[in-house]
Design a protein. Structure first.
Length: 67
């Protein structure tokens, strides 16, 4: 499954890399929302996918902080 592979890659990254990845995902989400508002977005499912990826990144960051 694609998401489990993504999570495994996240778990192997450092906290700084995770923070950087989180910022990049949030920027991508902003751009997708902007494109959607201006009717330029073709694949609207990408918004949901990016939101879930942000949640996955935040979960891994929290797990590392508790460990």
């Amino acid at each position: 499954m694609k998401s489990s592979k993504f999570v495994e890659e996240l778990k192997n990254k450092s906290e700084a890399e995770l923070a950087q990845e989180l910022v990049a995902a949030k920027k991508e989400l902003f751009n997708l929302r902007f494109q959607n508002a201006t009717n330029q977005l073709d694949n609207t499912a990408r918004i949901k996918e990016v939101r879930k990826n942000i949640a996955r990144i935040q979960t891994v960051i929290t797990e590392k902080a508790r460990a």
